[in-house]
Ligand binder design. Sequence first.
Ligand code: CTP
Length: 402
Amino acid sequence: MGVGKRVLLIIAGGIAAYKALDIIRRGRERGLDFRVILTKGGAEFVTPLSVASLAGSKAYTELFSLTDEAEMGHIRLVREADLVLVAPATADLIAKMAHGLADDLASTALLANDRPVLIAPSMNVVMWRQPAVQANVATLRARGVSVVGPGAGDLACGEVGDGRLAEPLDIVTAALKILSDGPLKGLKALVTSGPTFEAIDPVRFIGNRSSGKQGHAIAAALAAAGAETMLVTGPTSLPDPAGCKVIHIESANEMLAAVEGSLPVDIAVAAAAVSDWRPSREAQQKMKKREGGEPPRIDLTTNPDILATISAPGPKRPALVIGFAAETENVVEHATAKRQRKQCDWILANDVSSGTGTFGGADNKVHLISAAGSEEWPRLSKTELAEQLVARIAAQLKGAKS
Ligand code: CTP
């Protein structure tokens, strides 16, 4: 599966470093070829000799080693890799990556790197939950770094919680997924997800109950299929999906600006529940109650239609534009009209009437509506639906190319 692919594995100094040996073993069984950098801390936990024995090539440790630089400079180490895998990724190395520090071979190689990066964090639960660590991980994700784990369970320090290195086989699987030449390799995709919040005043807003689950699952599936994926999302409680570049926005106008800045793309999926209206004026100060006074009136103005903007004919129109239609009655009929009105290629129409559990739920039931007509899909989990949609997108674009 991974035959011929080269991984630059960076082993940082955490107690889970010993599991990196198993990553090498399981990766090699699946055809991966490893070059390894051991940080100074990493070398406290595993020896260069055990790494070299398993990897079949020497472990690089020092930035200013004349022999290491002469044999294989730090730039070449990353240039010759198809993927850089940091496992275990310690809080310290994650911070260096987030801030662009380069004071040893591992951090310098990471800074000189232009290949996909996968990190497998591992640390004590309290460290993992520190806002500083979470902010650094969020920064890396937003730059397109993929993250696998950490898992929850017993930690080497005796505490219990998040922070365990993901299982070696799961790390290898995540690496293979990134390395696989997915069907959408070479294509760019854009997904909108989540609700928008439209400010009334500095503390109040108009929003909706969209969880972002479906849009985030679609972005993750597009990235897993090899597309360079940008996700523009309103506020949700979901983590950023692996392998995507993520732009966080609040209002429809901000979403439109982020979307326009991301064009041109080949595939666009508008899964966001964009607020149709926003308050005409945003009060600059918190609106106060007045004793016996009338409640305030909120004048609304119409938001831009982001899907219709993406779909409008022009040089930047994506090859395939897909929208959603949330309907409570005459689902297919209304969604068919919406497809024509918004000029998108496909609409996924879902019934969101009360009792269906679609909003915020784990499942979805849709009709795919295209110029060819309408097709009813079975009830699927939002992840399965995303995978099926991506398979259809790949088939459609392949058909269009040939
Ligand atoms: N959409 C958008 N920008 C908006 C409103 C909607 O991009 N301002 C997109 C949504 O992401 C979705 C599709 O349009 O892909 C359908 O949204 P929906 O709210 O169901 O349709 P409306 O246009 O609001 O039509 P109606 O309220 O009449 O059903």
